[in-house]
Write a protein that binds this ligand. Structure first.
Ligand SMILES: NC(=O)c1ccc[n+]([C@@H]2O[C@H](COP(=O)([O-])OP(=O)(O)OC[C@H]3O[C@@H](n4cnc5c(N)ncnc54)[C@H](OP(=O)(O)O)[C@@H]3O)[C@@H](O)[C@H]2O)c1
Length: 268
């Protein structure tokens, strides 16, 4: 499937809600056919039929649980067998885990790292290799502001996003200029992320929140401009830049204090 009607084709992981849904919506508005990947088939079908009707594009739904070992390679094989040759690949699906590492469920931790790190890496390799062979393509990796400092009580998620940032910036250099890899760094957004990750937005940071529509637009503009990365939002960009001027230990302690304050405020 090279766009059913010779349109360009984009694969979006985590397209059933939140930021991924908004990226899928904006790619459809830009005329891309879609392959939507996530676990919730019903939600994706509802979004897809709306986008097909609104934009005259084609959309296929590919349910997958990318937290399972081997799932990324299986997804790539299934899509290749269906003749899917994407021009754009969006690595967006992820969840976080909140709380002290020693209280974490090891199975949930393994699933998170499989989704946020291993599947993301394998999909970038497989689709990046195919794009390189064709001499063109665009890959987005969705990171997080938590990549810029250690994150007590979200230690593994923050480390996974630090990996995503470093990995994406490195692969950008390997594949440019024909294949573009862009790391989109969102700050806080009001999506399903908090519920999926047990996270509570610190009240002091609520004003930094951006709508996922806005973050999607910033990310896609950076991707099609060929940038290695972009931080969504001016305050978030200042926070990312400012992290350079604090020792990593001091930054970790500040993040820890803010998390504890949030818990106290929310629990009264
Ligand atoms: N929200 C924030 O404050 C925030 C801040 C910084 C970075 N981010 C990043 O932004 C990206 C999008 O998150 P979001 O805020 O849009 O969260 P969200 O609303 O929870 O969306 C996450 C998406 O990932 C999919 N997903 C989750 N587990 C999956 C699995 N095992 N296999 C396949 N798909 C899976 C979900 O669909 P199903 O449940 O249907 O599988 C959903 O479509 C993530 O990379 C996240 O780390 C979010």
């Amino acid at each position: 499937m090279k766009g059913y009607g010779m349109r360009k084709l984009a694969v979006v992981t985590g397209a059933s809600g939140g930021l991924g849904e908004q990226i899928a919506r904006q790619l459809a508005a830009r005329g891309y056919d879609l392959v939507m990947v996530a676990r919730d088939q019903v939600k994706m079908e509802r979004i897809a039929s709306e986008l097909v009707a609104a934009h005259g594009i084609s959309a296929i739904i590919e349910p997958a649980d990318l937290s399972q070992p081997g799932s990324a390679a299986m997804l790539y094989e299934r899509l290749t067998a269906r003749g899917v040759v994407p021009d754009v690949f969006i690595n967006n699906a992820a969840f976080g885990m909140t709380g002290s590492l020693i209280n974490s469920d090891p199975d949930q931790l393994r699933g998170m790292l499989q989704l946020d790190v291993i599947s993301m890496t394998e999909l970038t390799l497989l689709f990046g290799r195919a794009m390189r062979a064709r001499g063109q393509g665009h890959i987005m990796i969705v990171g997080s502001l938590s990549a810029f400092q250690p994150n007590p009580n979200m230690a593994a998620y923050g480390a996974a996003k630090a990996y995503a940032l470093s990995f994406g910036e490195a692969v950008h250099v390997e594949l440019a200029p024909k294949v573009i890899v862009t790391v989109l760094t969102p700050g806080l957004m009001d999506t399903g992320f908090n519920a999926a990750s047990g996270f509570q937005t610190p009240p002091g940071l609520r004003r930094t929140m951006l709508a996922p529509e806005e973050v999607a637009r910033i990310g896609l503009d950076a991707l099609f401009a060929g940038k290695s990365g972009v931080v969504a939002g001016r305050i978030n960009a200042i926070m990312a830049f400012g992290s350079r001027f604090l020792s990593r230990h001091a930054a970790a302690k500040a993040a820890h204090r803010m998390g504890q304050k949030t818990t106290q405020q929310i629990n009264g």
